[in-house]
Design a protein around this ligand. Structure first.
Ligand SMILES: Nc1nc2c(ncn2[C@@H]2O[C@H](COP(=O)(O)OP(=O)(O)OP(=O)(O)O)[C@@H](O)[C@H]2O)c(=O)[nH]1
Ligand SMILES: [Mg+2]
Length: 301
């Protein structure tokens, strides 16, 4: 008699320096956008789950803020968030950028991962392999393998969808037997309003330059359902300085309008319904270094 098929489920920490494509990878595996993505580093500020459930397996990805050299208290908290994701996980994806050799930050992360002493539980993921010529890839793979000699290694492209099947196969083969931890229709642990706040910030990261978007935090003040008219959302963008306020609003409000329409489009795509979005801008001086302000904005610890 055939034994009944086993169900596998577990937690997978997605670690790496900023901007290597961790959130893009989680969205690609889920085939649905749950995490904000942008071309700028430090897009992800908190841990966020992306949950993939099939008939045989439940993979719970923990997307983390990129580990980096912090320059303010917010950065320190983001690093803590990322490191604490390593507690009680079954597997680790160490995501790196295949188009550039290992950086100091990659070395630092490897040092964090090396003492875990479970090399078979860590997969080195060389993402963005679409940005390197095929004949240069083996040398790059060797350079990254040297960071974590015992770990398995796979080159992928999250944006092109290359080798994601192989990545899922590795995860499936390495996961322990478990019953599912989350209901099958749950895809993340964030509420829709939190994702909406992140998508507003994502729009800021895409449209504003230099330090301005990094000094923005978004608070959702109102999120109400209006039946056929969709969702009514009011949000405040807090900036660090008076001078940033003018930049975010722009001439005759043009920049804020652009941010609003880009964010609205993303929120509508994410939630599958119409959205009315109203944005306000306020100054909260140096909030990134203000312990109380950080706590009020949900960066506890
Ligand atoms: N060419 C290419 N670009 C990619 C790939 N994966 C991600 N990117 C791009 O890399 C940039 C950063 O992606 P994110 O997913 O925000 O990176 P992250 O690692 O989550 O960054 P943080 O949240 O800041 O730590 C975005 O512009 C993505 O479109 C890939 O496979 N190929
Ligand atoms: Mg991210």
């Amino acid at each position: 008699m055939e034994s009944p098929p086993v169900y596998r489920a577990g937690f997978v920490a997605v670690m790496g320096r900023p901007n290597v494509g961790k959130s893009t990878l989680v969205n690609a595996l889920l085939k649905q956008k749950v995490a904000a993505v942008s071309p700028r580093p430090q897009t992800t500020r908190r841990r966020q789950l992306g949950i993939l459930t099939t008939a045989q397996v439940q993979l719970i990805f923990i997307d983390t803020p990129g580990l980096h050299q912090p320059r303010h208290k917010l950065g320190e908290k983001m690093n803590q968030e990322a490191r604490s994701a390593l507690e009680h996980v079954d597997l680790v994806l160490f995501v790196v950028d295949a188009s550039t050799p290992p950086t100091d930050e990659d070395h630092l992360i490897a040092e964090v991962l090396r003492p875990l002493k479970r090399p078979n539980k860590t997969l080195l993921v060389l993402n963005k392999s679409d940005r390197i010529a095929a004949h240069d890839l083996p040398a790059m793979e060797a350079a990254y393998q040297a960071l974590l000699p015992g770990a398995a290694l796979l080159s992928i492209s999250a944006t092109q969808g290359d080798r994601l099947e192989a990545l899922l196969e590795w995860l499936l083969a390495s996961l322990p037997e478990n019953e599912p931890f989350y209901p099958e229709d749950q895809i993340t642990d964030l509420f829709e309003r939190d994702i909406a706040a992140d998508l507003v910030r994502e729009a800021c990261l895409n449209l504003l330059r230099d330090e301005v978007p990094h000094g923005i935090v978004v608070r959702i003040d109102e999120f109400t359902e209006r039946g056929d008219q969709g969702a009514f959302i009011v949000a405040t963008l807090f900036v660090e300085r008076e001078s940033h306020k003018g930049i975010v609003i722009g001439q005759n409000g043009a920049m804020l309008k652009k941010i609003g329409s880009l964010a609205r489009h993303e929120i509508e795509t994410m939630s599958g319904r119409k959205v009315f979005l109203q944005l306000n801008v306020k100054v909260r001086k140096n909030w990134r270094d203000d312990e109380k302000a950080l706590r009020g904005l949900g960066f506890g610890g």
